[in-house]
Design a protein around this ligand. Structure first.
Ligand code: FES
Length: 141
């Protein structure tokens, strides 16, 4: 089968789908390859992500990876959330077809953008290299 059961499950029953009022950080990113977009909202309490929501105008793999990503960062510190890689999300979903790996990058980038927004809003200093844009280190696109 092309997609794992976990991918199908998260695609058909996305966790934490929707908008968030009064989010502490919002990240919006676009996928240069396909034009899909993703919005991620985080609620932060004492440095801990207490709630996450996402919205996407994207494909099934983008929905599944974002859904899984929200579950993986909920309850974690913002620093830990920054460590989340798209590979870790793909592994948690038991894999994605190779030509869909780029979709998972959207989830990772949306989490990072939301954390960056949280840092910016709260005047928390950070190493800009953490959020350097450019070629995706995972898929080189
Ligand atoms: Fe665009 Fe999957 S095809 S994110």
């Amino acid at each position: 089968m092309l997609y794992s059961e976990k991918v199908m499950d998260h695609f058909q029953h996305p966790r934490n789908l929707g908008k968030m009022e009064n989010a502490d950080g919002v990240g919006e990113v676009g996928n240069a390859k396909c034009g899909d977009i993703m919005k991620m909202y985080i609620k932060v309490d004492d440095g801990i992500i207490t709630d996450v929501k996402f919205n996407t105008f994207g494909c099934g793999s983008a929905i599944a990876t974002s859904s899984m990503a929200t579950e993986m960062i909920k309850g974690k510190s913002v620093e830990d959330a920054l460590e989340l890689s798209n590979q870790a999300v793909v592994e948690a979903l038991d894999g994605l077809p190779t030509h869909k790996i780029h979709c998972s990058v959207l989830a990772e980038e949306a989490v990072k953008a939301a954390v960056k927004d949280y840092y910016d809003r709260n005047n928390i200093s950070y190493d800009a290299a953490l959020f350097a844009e450019g070629e995706c280190p995972h898929c080189h696109e």
